[in-house]
Design a protein around this ligand. Structure first.
Ligand SMILES: Cc1ncc(COP(=O)(O)O)c(C=O)c1O
Length: 398
């Protein structure tokens, strides 16, 4: 099937919610996606942060092949051997105490909001940040601090209020005694790769503790190794630092490496507020996804890939910073392999031009080029991209 035919079918039969790239993907290998005409694209977006090990990883394929001989689905009415093991791993690396498995980031956020309200009842006010993105269902959307996502679907869930990004004064003013929880992304993703300041994180943690409220951290995009730490909040709180750790963490994206899987991690005091039957899901925590996920953690550990992310991330950022002298570049931001170049002009056309040259990235917030490459990306591949990016940016008029 050719791209033109696929487009025709989608145009006729699909709900038109996605502005797709002009490319029909056939297969992938390592850091590359390959289209139907055998053109190779260096994937600097990794399926929006999902394909952290790139494509066609032999070990992931091998465990899936083994698991596929067994039931693909086992309901949550029964035990299988992988959920408990994966929960143990997630607790060990995060410093939290328990896990609940979901199917997506949004579903993780929904659970976080329910668990926080159950814990803090009758308090229900939830604070989140301007420019945040937490998902598109009613709860997650109600916590999302971007008018354009929210407006068409008003009225949303009551009880949500927004704080200026990294605005500690605003935080202190709005964090009244009736607040149930505050939710933050350690690094805002859709919002344009904006890291939360240590001062803001610490004050949010302190206020939550003081007022009997909860700190929820959304690590769906920035967690699970992307910044070179297991979780991005570990730069403020080690897994053993119980006073600074969040109370609830939302996770997803690379957790199942493309097999849908998300997780909510909880401290024991929050878990104690949730009773049997109060929350659930048909598919969450299925054996195929959990097994892929366990192998993901093994591969990261055995290959020392977190250190690799820190090293190659530093290199990538340094190379991007060399472009700061170009008139069109406003700022370079990010940690590990979660990086952005903010431009003084819209970035959509630039993304298109780079796609034509065989590089996949995206533009968020009109002017922010976002890069979330797989952890296996090499310095040589980065150099190739920088060369192309530089040429495209040099041709821009401000
Ligand atoms: C920080 C954050 N939260 C929540 C979500 C929603 O996740 P999903 O698309 O898996 O539902 C995303 C997705 O991009 C995200 O980046």
């Amino acid at each position: 099937m050719q791209l033109a035919h696929v487009k025709e079918l989608e145009k006729k039969y699909l709900l038109g919610t996605y502005a797709r790239y002009e490319v029909l993907i056939d297969r992938g290998s390592g850091a590359y996606l390959i289209d139907k005409s055998n053109k190779r694209y260096l994937d600097l977006l990794a399926g929006i942060g999902v394909n952290s090990l790139g494509y066609n990883h032999p070990r992931i394929k091998q465990v899936l092949r083994k698991q596929i001989k067994k039931p693909l689905h086992i309901s949550n009415l029964m035990y299988h051997e992988y959920q408990g093991r994966l929960a143990e791993k997630l607790c060990e690396i995060s410093g939290l105490d328990r896990a609940f498995f979901t199917n997506s980031g949004t579903e993780s956020v929904e659970g976080c909001l329910k668990f926080a309200r159950a814990y803090a009842k009758p308090k229900f006010r939830i604070l989140s940040l301007d420019q945040s993105f937490h998902g598109r269902t009613f709860g997650a959307l109600s916590a999302t601090g971007q008018k354009e996502y929210r407006d068409p679907f008003e009225p949303l869930v009551p009880g949500f209020e927004f704080i200026g990004f990294n605005d500690v004064e605003d935080l202190q003013k709005k964090f009244t005694d009736d607040v149930c929880a505050i939710m933050i992304e350690t690094i805002q993703g859709e919002g344009g790769i904006r890291p939360i300041s240590e001062q803001f994180y610490r004050r949010a943690r302190e206020l939550a503790t003081e007022k009997g409220a909860l700190l929820i951290v959304d690590e769906i995009q920035c967690g699970l190794g992307r910044t070179g730490h297991w979780f991005a909040f570990h730069q403020f709180a080690s897994p053993t630092d119980k006073t600074m750790l969040p109370d609830i963490v939302a996770s997803a994206k690379p957790l199942g490496l493309g097999i849908p899987l998300g997780a909510i991690l909880l401290r024991e005091k929050v878990a104690a507020a949730i009773q049997v039957g109060q929350h659930g899901t048909t598919f969450g925590g299925g054996p195929l996804a959990c097994r892929a996920s366990l192998e993901y953690f093994k591969i990261l550990e055995e290959g020392n890939l977190l250190e690799r992310v820190r090293i190659v991330g530093c290199y990538f950022k340094k190379r991007l910073e060399e472009l700061k002298d170009l008139p069109v570049v406003k700022e370079v931001r990010g940690e590990g392999l979660m990086l952005a170049v903010e431009l003084k002009v819209p970035g959509k056309e630039i993304v298109k031009q780079l796609l034509a040259q065989g590089f996949i990235l995206n533009c968020t917030h009109e002017t922010v080029l976002r890069m979330l490459p797989p952890f296996i990306i090499t310095e040589k591949q980065i150099d190739k991209f920088i060369l192309a990016l530089k040429q495209v940016l040099e041709a821009q008029r401000v």
